[in-house]
Ligand binder design. Sequence first.
Ligand code: FVH
Length: 304
Amino acid sequence: MTTATDTTTRPAAEAGPVTVLGLGAMGSAIARTFLDHGHPTTVWNRTAAKAAPLADAGAATAPTATEAVAASPLVVIALLDSAAVEQVLASVDTAITGRTLVNLTSGSPDQARANERWAREHGAAGYLDGKIMGDPPYVGTPNILFPFSGSDTAFAAHETTLRELGTVTYHGEEPGAAAVEFMAQVATSYELLIGYLHTLRLLREEGADLAGFTRRFGDSLTVFPALLTSMAQAVEAGEYGPDLGSLDVQAALMDDLIGHRESVGVEAVRMREVKRLMDRRIADGHGDQGFSSLFELLAAQSAA
Ligand code: FVH
């Protein structure tokens, strides 16, 4: 194993040793950030050549994941997926004993819970599950988000180091909580963005100004936080006022929206799905309620 060069930018006593397993775009950016903050940093990657730029920047390179883990009390993993995490952890085995394991690999809440069990059963000092919302160039800036969950003592012990990576939030001891947050944030964004792409297609077909619309729509998003809050309150209480108007009125508008999309050759399957839910709710006698009440139909067995 080569030796880490100390590139200290703050007192060495504060910047403890860190190991990073996985040197893809994200792991490399993470390791570089730790180096920039003066942590003695040990790195390992399945394809060893990817460690070379980090070695040039002062990282120690380990020939195996096990040796990398042995080098630091804090071990950060950023691999492709949960299958890769499982394989690498199996090779590390009891070398994790006494170390804090931080897994930043994307995965489900259940995978996070399984990793926490594995860490506990192998004597780790603690397990934190983290997720990444942002791109590699933003690592080390406030413009990338890292939700964490898991051991609160591990979080307290390593919070300062983890905050060097970006904007950090802690979601409590339940190991799956950060993954729940990640899945919810990412899924909502995809649903919003596919609607936006449909709209851009519709505007293009109508010959409208995409940039101008986008600017105005961006401005109108400022009303969303209050709207989302009131929708969450309605769902929590199970009491549905006529938000966005009553469903009786909204269903008629939906017919116009669907008809417009279809008239210019834009696919409208998701809007037809919204209309189908509205129609069901109206048929159930809830036409006086608002949009939030569709929540009642969104459990898998009730949406069919
Ligand atoms: N923009 C991004 O990059 C996104 C932002 C949101 C969160 N993701 C998640 O971050 C994890 C790492 O992503 P990444 O961008 O670093 O991914 P790659 O550049 O493709 O690197 C993948 C690394 O995983 C190693 N690897 C893959 N399979 C295995 C395996 N079976 N055993 C050991 N290592 C494995 C791979 O090694 P190699 O191919 O170089 O040998 C890379 O080090 C990810 O969960 C994203 O969802 C990033």
